[in-house]
Design a protein around this ligand. Structure first.
Ligand SMILES: NC(=O)c1ccc[n+]([C@@H]2O[C@H](COP(=O)([O-])OP(=O)(O)OC[C@H]3O[C@@H](n4cnc5c(N)ncnc54)[C@H](OP(=O)(O)O)[C@@H]3O)[C@@H](O)[C@H]2O)c1
Length: 271
């Protein structure tokens, strides 16, 4: 185990997260498996030779406790921020921000900031990835601060904006932590609880996901095959298995970065 790269995967109970564990274990990684609650995390670890970590990513104290569990577990080479949400809920999380903002943007930033120095100390090549979405390209409103105000009436608006904001967060984190390589990657349209099993989804899309969507196993490959074999510049957004080159992408713009700062400020975080 000592020579294996160690990867923390969030939201790993099912869907793409579970497929990622299996894909990366097959590539020789050791997995720290994150699930929202402890009992499910420990069940998933079972006798497989994995480490269970847990925490609700809408709760600031539980994100902090998760970071402490990961540090206590030993060296850390990779984080995959896979946990995500697509919802019509108008609830807010513990940072006072809508759930798309909390889970898809704030949690990866807070957890990366909490683990960056541990990774830099314990890994020879620390890598952070955020599982984002090509829905980011559909974000027409570039106003990430809107994620502070939940709006169940614009499901894709808010989900897409949150994924554009997640890409902006990757650009920001890459500037903050030059000792780490930090990327965003996307799985395509995949049949999981988020799509096929999601009562918040319009029914036509739910059905479409059952027929035309890819499998979590294929999604895991699409997300990581390129990153395992290549060394793209930190801050890159990987789409369709290669670096997304559109220089006008909103997450790279001063406007996008300014709006990310507004979201962080609304959440009471350093911007
Ligand atoms: N499926 C697609 O077509 C698609 C397309 C593009 C991008 N993605 C992205 O891929 C990632 C994985 O999605 P998926 O399709 O595999 O969906 P999924 O099966 O619904 O998995 C999402 C995971 O995130 C966890 N999660 C959500 N909120 C959480 C919270 N507050 N605290 C802790 N864990 C939380 C869920 O845990 P619980 O089980 O406890 O709720 C679940 O394990 C997401 O970031 C998603 O946005 C998916």
């Amino acid at each position: 185990m000592a020579d294996k790269k160690r990867v923390l995967i969030t939201g790993a109970a099912g869907g793409i997260g579970l497929a990622l564990i299996e894909y990366l274990e097959d590539k020789g990684f050791y997995a720290l498996v994150h699930v929202r609650d402890r009992a499910r995390a420990e069940k998933l670890v079972g006798n497989y030779g994995r480490t269970a970590v847990w925490g609700d990513l809408t709760k600031p104290d539980e994100i902090q406790a998760l970071a402490e569990q990961a540090i206590a577990a030993g060296p850390l080479d990779w984080i995959i921020h896979n946990a995500g949400i697509l919802t019509t809920s108008t609830a807010k999380g513990g940072h006072g921000v809508g759930l798309h903002g909390e889970v898809n943007v704030i949690a990866p930033m807070v957890l990366t900031r909490a683990l960056a120095s541990h990774m830099a100390k314990t890994s020879s090549d620390p890598v952070v990835t955020v599982v984002s979405s090509s829905a980011a390209n559909m974000a027409r409103a570039h106003d990430y601060a809107s994620l502070a105000e939940p709006d169940g009436s614009s499901l894709f608006g808010h989900y897409a904006v949150s994924k554009a904001a997640a890409n902006a967060a990757v650009v920001r984190l890459a500037e903050e932590f030059s000792a780490l390589r930090i990327y965003s990657t996307e799985p395509g349209f995949v049949k999981t609880d988020m799509t096929a099993g999601n009562s918040h989804m319009p029914s036509t899309l739910r059905w479409a996901s059952k027929i035309i969507a890819s499998t979590p196993e294929r999604a895991a490959r699409r997300c990581f095959a390129y990153l395992l074999e290549n060394n793209p510049p930190t801050g890159s957004v990987i789409q369709k298995g290669k670096v997304f080159k559109d220089a006008k992408a909103v997450w790279r713009s001063a406007e996008g970065q300014g709006n990310l700062s507004a979201l962080l400020k609304a959440a009471g975080l350093p911007s």
